[in-house]
Design a protein around this ligand. Structure first.
Ligand code: 5GP
Ligand code: ZN
Length: 136
């Protein structure tokens, strides 16, 4: 069965479309954190951010920038969050890559719950090495 975002792209499912071009579609999230919560979606089915072809990736982040500006101006927001959930552990529920733009207001009642950790001695360098060793 076609994924729901592909259905929106193909116009077999409805959506409140904000922007569209050759490679990108943007529409309102049906269950918003705040009203005006917008999704930016490449018109290419790839499961997550790691799978998106570069040509879509470039356009996707360019549109994230100008759509975020429109969200902030249009809604008189005080700020915005940009986020992407990748994998079940990260809370991804739709396996078609997308970026969330969430308008934020000084009067917000919700917070992202963060459980911040600390590094012990030498641990930061160790983690730096693990990540650097995988850069190509
Ligand atoms: P994820 O949890 O994968 O990062 O985000 C998926 C988002 O897609 C959720 O915030 C959810 O509310 C939204 N969503 C799921 N199904 C639909 C739909 O049919 N239409 C729209 N507009 N948004 C959807
Ligand atoms: Zn899809």
């Amino acid at each position: 069965m076609e994924c729901v975002f592909c259905s929106i792209i193909n116009r077999t499912a409805p959506a409140e479309i904000i922007y569209e071009d050759e490679r990108i579609i943007s529409f309102l999230d049906i269950r918003p954190f705040n009203l005006g919560h917008t999704l930016v979606v490449p018109k290419y089915h790839s499961e997550n951010l790691l799978e998106v072809p570069v040509v879509y990736l470039t356009d996707m982040f360019r549109s994230v920038q100008f759509i975020s500006a429109a969200v902030v101006k249009g809604l008189n927001a005080n700020g915005f969050n940009v986020l992407s959930n990748n994998g079940r552990a990260a809370g991804q529920t739709i396996y078609h890559c997308h970026i969330h733009i969430i308008p934020r207001f000084d009067t917000d009642t919700f917070k992202f719950q963060m459980n911040l950790k600390s590094y012990t001695n030498g641990e930061m360098e160790n983690f730096g090495n693990k990540i650097r060793s995988q850069l190509s």
